[in-house]
Design a protein. Sequence first.
Length: 572
Amino acid sequence: MPVHNTDVAAIFEEIADLLGLDGANEFRIRAYRNAARTLGQLSQPVADLIEAGKDLSELPDIGDDLAGKIETIVETETLPLLEELEDKIDPAMVELMDVPGLGPKRVRTLHDELGITTRADLKKAAEAEQIRAVEGFGEKTEQNILEGLDEIGEERRRLLASVEPVATSLVAYLEEHDTVGQVDVAGSYRRRKETVGDLDVLVLSEDGAAVMDHFTGYEDVVDVASKGEMRSTIRLQSDLQVDLRVVSSKSYGAALLYFTGSKAHNVALRDRAIDEGLKINEYGVFREEDERVAGETEEEIYGLFDLPYIVPELRENRGELEAAAEGTLPDLITSDDLCGNLHTHTTGSDGRNSLDEMGEAARERGLEYLAITDHSPAVAVAQGLDADALREQMNAIDELNRNLDALRVLKSIEVDILKDGSLDLPDDVLEDLDLCVCSLHTHLGLSEEEQTERVLAAMDNPNFHILAHPTGRRLNERGPIAIDLDRIMEAAVEKGCFLELNAQPERLDLNDVFCKRAKELGLKVAIGADAHWKSGLDFLGYGVDQARRGWLTPDDVLNTKPWAEIEGVFDR
Ligand code: DGT
Ligand code: CA
Ligand code: CA
Ligand code: ZN
């Protein structure tokens, strides 16, 4: 895999941040930032320059030392200095930079003046009004910090995708034990929430003590916070907390239902129980005098309330109990229903695999069609395609399609919506594409009114088909932009456009709530992997998870249909 200019720039930015946290001198920090900027604006891959024997120190802001470092990064994908700094700086301080308004310099000052190293310290100091007293800060900044902390939360929540391999290994380990009959990861993980606070694991066994010894002996455990026969809590190397409960078969369904949650779903179900003179808890459902009437399976418990089984993804008390009672639960989409992907990058812009490689990967995954959507020129760091380069790619796609039978590669582009609502490529080339995916990547700070008008104006172009990652959020990094999605969704229905559910684990944008809203408006959603390398196509599954949480059926999703059936909708 070639190292991109953006990768090198990211390492330099990271070094600059870490040097800032370390209290290094300003000139040294700025040297790395300037070099990162030079790399970001370079029109040729540095890897190619090096291969051609060019002297990198001739580039602006790159001296001999940085030129050498760039070569090391291109060769090894990392830098000893970066690793040194990562070892030296407390990761909690690095995380403090996620608080909006806090850069390395301010984090360093707060550390030196008030001894702040964690989000909890920061919150306490802000609430005690200590921050306003530090030079360079003030009441307003203190207020912003508190609001920022609220926004991102005190604890970092994990991306579902990053927790999945950890959970899978743990389950496999627990299943190895002789007395274990069943293992389930309940909680937000089972509901497939986009982020997870901790793991709530249930184990079916009649020998709690033995299971707990096995559990706390797992090689990935770094801390045992509590250990009992029925319940233990541990912390894994990745800092993830796991609550484990051992349950016997007569209560297993009740425990699974209870610990799957959500809390709001549990409370609503408990209210139904009270109405019927029943008591429901994690041990079972009971009539007066503690007579057990159900508990072994979830189906049995829902059945007691005359309800069909409700899948975990719907258990958020957003109308699922009512729908279940009326018999109108949606028949949710599954990964098998998807037959194409409408958002894919290649080495044509910032992807890591070639057109042919991405085609092959799509075929291996059984997809029937794959839209190639490289960036347009406005995304300079991604070295977007201009009209000529796009025409060239379109020819390459024709050629590829001649050699493929099971897969159809579609000509497309992820074209930037410019500030005035025009699209970043001329209409005559956009017209010749199969479809056009449109994105906001710049001017994300416009007011809600301006941003909404910008997108509405863009939708007036008949070449506009799908609005990609509509709110621009990046989980744990950046909240949604200010934009009136209700207006945009209504306009999309009217004009025949669509919105994407971008399936990248840190985007998942549209989110579950907006998916449900789209469905209510009769707007179909396109699930797009936004794959930048081959296995990026597997992100589609995370998109499907959120689509299910958003009540979507196969009919509510554009790319569950064969290309022949949807081709026409892109002819506005
Ligand atoms: P998380 O860990 O923050 O991503 O979210 P959850 O949903 O996994 O929540 P967690 O780990 O605090 O608790 C697991 C489940 O246990 C939760 O989904 C529902 C149930 N639960 C926890 N606390 C309560 C409660 O106070 N009342 C009821 N009815 N259920 C609760
Ligand atoms: Ca949990
Ligand atoms: Ca928990
Ligand atoms: Zn993209």
